[in-house]
Design a binder for this molecule. Structure first.
Ligand code: SF4
Length: 485
């Protein structure tokens, strides 16, 4: 299946709520985070004596049902919904990962991607080819620490995490559960989001995005800080800083604001929907165009199109209807069927399009094949001009921290200049929002952003073996802000 949009690799949730149906609450949280991964879903529940893990391939509603949830009795739960960027798309690689070390059982779930897995595998004594995913590797490192632990009962997991976390390089937001504790941690740069909420009953919730808190009925308290490890148990919430040395610049993935996060998410004090509208306004000021109508590519382009229309004064109208039920399972087995696939997803509203000059707004382009077919469809429907406006800069660099850009050789912006792109897509003009205008549109309170896939400046150095496959396709990668690659 064609990669239409960049894909992130997971959503995580954690619940500490003695006396509450924690598996059901985690299920609700996963449902709210379904957009972050649709390959598999899983839960782990701690009941003071042991940890039970249930995971299955498919969407949350397919992987987990009432019968399974009812059987998961406990006080603490973590959940995970997966899209694979490392490891295979298989049950074995689905999360949470479970380990049993003597009297201690734990489960771990991870959003992100580690860049020093070769080194970590060596430390863990794992042979190449036996590692299911980087999360499996972290679970193995933790198990190794716990096996060697001579510390007092109840402190082992915190100590093991404090030893392992500083050895991990890359992007990670993780949750873990043992029989009596919930753990939540973020890498020192905070590539991927993680927030903390409180239930009226006194319980606690952590989740990749704030709407999961809303669905569970928890009140947003704060974001887990980059480099922070939070431990939640009967005594409450304690904050730890396992990472030593100077604090690096925060580097939240900027694509959380462009595309990944739900529009109702609040991140760094900024509402994602509002930020996307701001991007559209900034785009209208940066790349104005004389046209009759502004229309979004539904649904991801809607807020930016609203902003573009507001700033330009050009009327906003819907031009395409999206089939919301097509999902990722739509299979187009023949070229003829594939050519119809775009029409299956998007169908034009002739009454709005015919005889009009259109500004079509979207948030990003990956390969451009779908965009190209859509543009042709708009002309076939009677549009007299099509101008494409994209509310993020072109991405030309691979992401190593947890986003799947697809093959770089197929990335439109990695291979074509602006004029060539317009010609390939068949549009009268195309423009991408500039990086500084994108950052200015977010209006966040504190924090900073990773923009490596836009400018090649990598906050965490990426080892040679990891980037080797991409060098041939993209030319030399530049030296990152965080040091030479
Ligand atoms: S490289 Fe791009 S997709 Fe990856 S974390 Fe940085 S901004 Fe996000």
């Amino acid at each position: 299946m064609e990669l239409i949009k960049p894909r992130e690799d997971c959503g995580v949730v954690g619940i500490f709520a003695p006396g509450q149906p924690v598996a059901h609450l985690a299920y609700l949280g996963l449902y709210a985070l379904q957009h972050r991964g649709q390959e598999s879903a899983g839960l782990a529940v701690g009941n003071r004596r042991s940890v039970t893990v249930v995971k299955e391939m498919g969407l949350v509603a397919q992987a987990l049902d009432e019968r399974v949830l009812d059987a998961l009795d406990g006080d603490i739960s973590i959940g995970h919904t997966r899209y694979s960027t490392t490891g295979s798309s298989s049950w074995r690689a689905s999360q949470p990962f479970y380990r049993d070390v003597g009297d201690l059982e734990f489960a771990l779930a991870h959003n992100g991607n580690l860049v020093n897995t070769t080194e970590l595998a060596r430390e863990a004594g794992m042979l190449p080819g036996t590692i299911v995913s980087d999360t499996d590797l972290v679970a193995e490192l933790l198990a190794g620490e716990l096996t060697a632990s001579v510390l007092s009962p109840g402190r082992e997991m915190t100590e093991a995490l404090s030893s392992v976390l500083p050895r991990l390089e890359g992007g990670f937001s993780m949750v873990a559960v043992d029989a009596g504790h919930l753990y939540a941690m973020r890498d020192p740069r905070g590539f991927w989001p993680l927030c903390l909420g409180r239930l009226d009953s006194g319980g606690w919730v952590v989740a990749s995005e704030s709407p999961a808190l809303d669905v569970i009925g928890a009140h947003f308290q704060r974001e887990i800080a980059p480099g922070e490890m939070v431990v939640i148990d009967d005594s409450g919430v304690s904050s730890h800083r396992p990472f030593t040395g100077p604090e690096p610049d925060p580097s939240l993935c900027v694509f959380e604001f462009v595309y990944f996060s739900r529009p109702d998410t609040v991140l760094l004090g900024a509402n994602v929907h509002r930020a996307r509208q701001n991007m559209g306004e900034a785009l209208a000021r940066q790349a104005p165009v004389d046209a009759d109508m502004v229309m979004p590519v539904p649904e991801s382009g809607i807020p930016a199109a609203e902003g573009f229309a507001r700033a330009s004064g050009i009327p906003y109208r819907d031009g395409l209807v999206k089939n919301r039920y097509i999902g990722r399972t739509f299979i187009a087995p023949t070229p003829e069927m594939r050519s119809r696939a775009v029409r299956m997803k998007l169908n034009p509203i002739r009454a709005n399009i015919e005889g009009r000059r259109l500004v079509v707004v979207d948030d990003s382009i990956v390969r451009g094949t779908t965009t190209r077919a859509m543009v042709r469809m708009l002309y076939d429907t009677g549009a007299t001009e099509v101008h494409l406006r994209i509310s993020s800069p072109p991405y030309r660099w691979p992401c190593f921290y947890g986003m799947d850009t697809g093959s770089l050789s197929e990335l439109l912006a990695a291979n074509l200049e602006l004029g060539e792109m317009a010609e390939y897509l068949g549009v009268r003009s195309v423009a991408f929002l500039e990086r500084d205008r994108l950052l200015g549109s977010i209006r966040n309170r504190g924090g900073g952003f990773c923009t490596a896939c836009l400018d090649g400046r990598y906050p965490v150095a990426v080892p040679v073996e990891m980037r080797e496959g991409d060098r041939g396709r993209t030319g030399e990668l530049t030296v990152g802000a965080g040091g030479p690659l």
